[in-house]
Design a protein around this ligand. Structure first.
Ligand SMILES: *[C@@H]1O[C@H](CO)[C@@H](O)[C@H](O)[C@H]1NC(C)=O
Ligand SMILES: *[C@@H]1O[C@H](CO)[C@@H](O)[C@H](O)[C@H]1NC(C)=O
Ligand SMILES: *[C@@H]1O[C@H](CO)[C@@H](O)[C@H](O)[C@H]1NC(C)=O
Ligand SMILES: *[C@@H]1O[C@H](CO)[C@@H](O)[C@H](O)[C@H]1NC(C)=O
Ligand SMILES: *[C@@H]1O[C@H](CO)[C@@H](O)[C@H](O)[C@H]1NC(C)=O
Ligand SMILES: *[C@@H]1O[C@H](CO)[C@@H](O)[C@H](O)[C@H]1NC(C)=O
Length: 444
């Protein structure tokens, strides 16, 4: 069938199933909006947006001022049009970083002075190297009530220099994130473009009540590890109406790494992802591979993916421990992908040799429904763990077409239990054709 026809069919299905309801669900309400009476501008602190002047002092002074002001309802830091080069800086509570149209906050390319911070306890080391890690370009550590917004201004990590150092294997520590919030709550990131992150773009870790909406995240397809948004050991994270095109996973929910993540024991839960569009040589909607604190109650819908490695990817391994449960992904359109759906328990990638191979992750209650794929080379691959099968894997209303509009490559499954209803091509005998939804209910 022609792709366009498929799209029409998909839309008709959507209308019939009542997906196109008038009232769009949104993330609003998760974080109350505070009106900032007090406003300051980066130019009040000597900020110069000429793309050459280093504005580190201006950013740090402005944020110190916000700390001192303790304004009625926090303070807005205004960034006027211009290119503001700076080293990394920290945010403080009760502030809004407001980037006007054509405002760019640009990371310095001087990597030699980039500060180091401790590794995350749930990782036990940097993600790429043993020891500490470079501090994130913009960091909020232990803050609350922080908003990063504006008129689609840009935060540019100038990651190229870091990608090259990584390619040359000349980095001793793990590359910086573009934005990281740690131990923080009541965070909103909206109407901003993120560009060329050195490593993962937006990393909320040990956070709660985080809203990310109307963002654009861009990095070249060949940029290493430029994940879009990685909610990590965090709860109540809501991501919507965003476009993400990077060199790695678009939205990947995580919760720590092997023995470190198990000991720290901080799950990710109540993660909502909706109306996200994007493209990547890796995967679109991802759980893992770091799942050691557990991941539950993730809901993703209305996802549109082009030119992908994998559409929906759940990945973990023996040694990770933790759990993945009650995950729902629905209403996905994926065009041109190597794999449509991939759920695997053998991803590898351990922090060191001290992981416990008997720490088996439990995967139970994964519902994937209403998926249309075209030009998908392999529709699905589900590979559970021997003697610890993935259970409650429930697939319904899924059509994954091959390149010539033909359903050719077969699914591959092992060590999995669940059900499949109206899945084409037919997945595998392990998934019984079952109208009985109770065999699909989570967490039995
Ligand atoms: C200002 O802060 C107070 C106290 O936190 C809050 O009750 C009030 O709603 C806020 N006002 C606005 C306009 O956000
Ligand atoms: C920013 O915060 C980190 C972590 O809390 C800290 O190590 C660093 O010194 C802070 N940097 C500045 C400039 O205050
Ligand atoms: C925001 O800027 C990005 C990068 O220039 C652009 O791709 C995107 O369309 C813009 N979004 C809006 C809503 O203007
Ligand atoms: C944020 O971006 C969205 C989508 O482009 C737009 O509809 C909305 O008005 C913007 N919000 C603000 C406060 O500018
Ligand atoms: C499963 O997750 C959904 C969110 O997707 C949540 O509404 C529901 O309460 C969860 N179910 C259980 C049994 O926790
Ligand atoms: C549905 O499956 C559940 C659990 O496997 C079983 O207890 C129940 O009897 C089944 N119901 C029907 C109508 O087959």
């Amino acid at each position: 069938m022609h792709q366009f026809v498929l799209w029409i069919v998909f839309c008709a299905m959507a209308v019939m199933n009542g997906w196109a309801v008038a009232d769009l669900e949104t993330c609003s309400g998760i974080v109350p909006i505070t009106y900032r009476y007090d406003k300051i501008s980066i130019t009040d602190f000597g900020g110069v947006g000429d793309g050459k002047t280093l504005n580190t002092k201006a950013f740090r002074a402005a944020i110190r001022k916000i700390e001192q002001l303790k304004g009625r309802n926090g303070t807005l830091l205004f960034i006027p049009p211009g290119v503001y080069l700076t080293e990394s800086f920290n945010l403080t509570s009760h502030m809004t970083l407001y980037l006007s149209r054509d405002a760019v906050i640009k990371a310095t390319q001087d990597t030699s002075n980039w500060p180091l911070v401790d590794p995350l306890p749930s990782y036990g080391r940097g993600r790429e190297h043993i020891g500490g890690r470079y501090i994130s370009f913009i960091l909020g550590d232990g803050v609350q009530d922080v908003v990063i917004t504006g008129e689609n201004g840009t935060i540019d990590g100038q990651g190229g220099i870091w990608w090259n150092l990584w390619r040359q294997r000349s980095l001793q520590y793990t590359r910086p994130h573009l934005i990281e919030f740690m131990n923080s709550n009541h965070i909103i990131i909206s109407n901003v473009t993120f560009k060329n992150s050195p490593f993962w773009n937006i990393h909320p870790v040990y956070c709660s009540n985080v809203v990310i909406r109307h963002v654009t995240i861009l990095a070249p397809r060949d940029s290493p590890n430029t994940d879009g948004i990685d909610p990590d050991s965090s709860t109540n994270v809501c991501i919507e109406d965003s476009y993400i095109s990077t060199g790695d996973d678009l939205v990947a929910t995580k919760s720590g790494w092997d023995e470190y993540g198990i000991a720290y024991g901080r799950p990710s839960s109540e993660i909502t992802i909706r109306r996200v569009t994007g493209s990547s040589p890796f995967a679109g909607i991802v759980i893992g591979s770091e799942t050691s604190g557990g991941i539950e109650n993730v809901f993703a819908e209305h996802i549109t993916l082009f030119d992908m490695g994998v559409g929906i990817h759940l990945k973990t391994d023996a040694g990770r421990g933790g759990f993945i449960r009650n995950i729902t992904v629905s209403n996905v359109y994926v065009e041109n992908a190597r794999d449509g759906i991939k759920i695997v328990g053998d991803v590898g990638d351990h922090p060191d040799n001290n992981f416990n191979p008997n720490a088996i992750p439990r995967v139970d209650g994964v519902t994937i429904k209403n998926v249309l794929g075209v030009k998908v080379r392999q529709p699905g691959l589900i590979k559970g763990i021997k003697n610890a099968p993935f259970t409650g894997i429930c697939l319904s209303n899924i059509d994954l077409y091959g390149s010539a509009g033909l359903k050719t490559t077969p699914w591959e499954c092992s060590d999995v239990k669940g059900s499949a209803l109206e899945v084409s091509p037919w997945p595998c005998s392990e998934l019984i054709d079952n109208h009985n939804t109770s065999s699909c209910s989570c967490c039995s």
